[in-house]
Structure formats: C-alpha cells, structure tokens
Design a protein around this ligand. Structure first.
Ligand code: ZN
Length: 287
C-alpha cells in the first residue's frame, strides 16, 4: 500500500501530485461555467491579475491540461476560446472541490464557483503558488514558453538525455533536476529513478553509456507513472469537504531511507548532499 504523505516540508507537489489533482478535478470542472471568482488573497507568488474575476466569470471550462507543474484551464464563451487560467500549486498549494457555501479556512485564497453548486478552492499556506489569467495561447505564456520536454512524452528518451548530457561534468542527478533539461523530475523521483536504473547519483552526466541513458529515461517514466497511479486511488478525497488533497506516496526504494536496508540487496541506504538537497542511493545496487 502506498503511504499517505505527512504535512512536512517534503509534501511539495511534484509532477505526479499535479497530474493526480488534474485527474481528480477534471470531470467536475469540464463543461462547467464559472459563476464567480472570489479572491480573498491576491498576493501569491505573482499577484492574481487585476480584473481576474471579470475575465473568468460566465466562461466555461473547455479543457484542463497540465504542462510541467502548471494546470491550464482553457476557457470559452459560447463556442469561442476566451483565455485561460494558469494555476501553479507552488510549495504547499492544493485544490479541493467543495459545496460553494462551505466557509473558507484561513489559507483558502481563491474560489472558482461553478454552476454545479461546487467551487474549486485553492488553499496555499506558504503562498508560493499562483493563479494567473492569459488571453494568449497559454503554452506561449512567458512562464511556459521555454519549458523543457515533459518526462512522460515520447520526445524524452535515452537519446534525448544523452544529447543533453554530452560533454557535461555535472552530476547526473543534478542534470535530471535541471528544469531546462526535463520538467517535473524533483528530488524524490530523481533519486528513485537512479536507483531503478542502477546508476549512482554523483556520476558525471556526460560519462554515462547509451544503455544507461535508455535505462534512466525509462526508469523516470516508470516511477512517475507509478506515483500517478498511487495518487489516482484517492480521487474521492477531492469531493470530501474534510479531506486534504489525496496525495499518496508509492513504495520508495531509497528516498528518506538513510541507513535502512536496501529492499533489493539489504545493504544500508546511503545519504549525501548534492546541490543542498539530500540524495539517497544504494552502494550495492548502484554503480
Ligand atoms: Zn541495494
């Protein structure tokens, strides 16, 4: 069984949590019209744009997409496309679907009230998240236009990684966490993918063999897909007024398992610091 995440620092929503959120709310928002938008706190990572409410009111959600860790709500008015909401959960953000009369909690900053009687409520204690609006193609928005490939896309594969790593002496784990190389591979999933691919995190990126790049690209897809599936079992939480977001964690092999026996070879898992972040690896399984 995947374990429920705690409320500590490491609950930062990563790509699987954002994708789980997207899937969890998709059916409740698509083809629903936004009756009103309530902004209780506009000072997020970037301020909620002036006039946000009037831009989204009476618009219908045409589709809900994800790019990196951004959720994109494409809006339409009648049959014509009419802007998009770009939402980022930041370090501590979450979205819940609630009956719209539910009294807000202290960190409930933004509501999109839907014509179904539910509202989509954005809660973010640390306020590193953002709720933006754009008239243009959201994928061309300055925050999204230059993002690296999605790890779950065909474009991201061993060949792509090998090209990105060519001639680079940076540690392979740092390369994976560089959002100009690939988006959405955070600390947990970089550590877990390197374990599955049997590669030590400190190896120079440019020195990996082509089979290792292939194994690593596949391992990244596998760990992310498993995490999305683990989150996907908790969709009921999104309609539970008491419920916190349904982020569950898959069974991890190395992350935060310092000194515990490797699940494969029983040697103690080692911890080191790379780029001010903890890295975990198995000295027996990873070369
Ligand atoms: Zn091991």
């Amino acid at each position: 069984m995947p374990s429920r995440l705690g409320r500590g620092e490491d609950v930062v929503p990563e790509l699987p949590e954002v994708e789980t959120t997207r899937r969890g709310i998709e059916n409740a928002v698509i083809n629903r019209t936004i009756v009103s938008a309530i902004i209780r706190q506009p000072r997020l990572r970037w301020p909620v744009p002036r006039g946000f409410a009037s831009r989204v009111e009476s618009r219908t959600v045409a589709s809900l997409r994800r790019r990196a860790k951004y959720l994109i709500f494409d809006l339409r008015q009648g049959a014509s496309a009419d802007g998009a909401v770009i939402l980022h959960l930041g370090m501590s953000g979450s979205l819940r679907l609630l009956p719209s009369a539910t009294p807000p909690l202290v960190h409930d900053h933004v509501d999109l009230v839907l014509d179904s009687g539910l509202c989509l409520r954005f809660n973010d204690p640390r306020r590193f998240g953002s709720v933006l609006w754009t008239a243009q193609d959201p994928l061309q928005h300055p925050l999204l236009a230059r993002l690296a490939p999605e790890p779950l896309s065909d474009e991201f594969n061993g060949e792509y990684l090998a090209r990105a790593a060519r001639g680079r002496r940076v540690a392979i784990k740092q390369l994976l966490m560089n959002s100009q190389v690939v988006v959405g591979v955070g600390n947990i999933y970089a550590s877990e993918a390197l374990f599955r691919a049997r590669i030590r995190p400190r190896r120079a990126a440019g020195r990996l063999r082509s089979e290792e790049f292939d194994a690593l690209a596949s391992a990244i897809k596998v760990v992310l897909e498993e995490a999305i599936r683990a989150g996907g079992t908790t969709l009921r939480d999104y309609v539970n007024p008491e419920g916190m977001p349904g982020y569950f964690r898959q069974k991890l092999f190395v992350y935060e398992r310092s000194n515990e026996p490797c699940r494969v070879c029983r040697l103690p898992i080692k911890q080191l610091v790379q780029g001010q972040r903890s890295t975990y690896f198995c000295p027996g399984c990873q070369k």
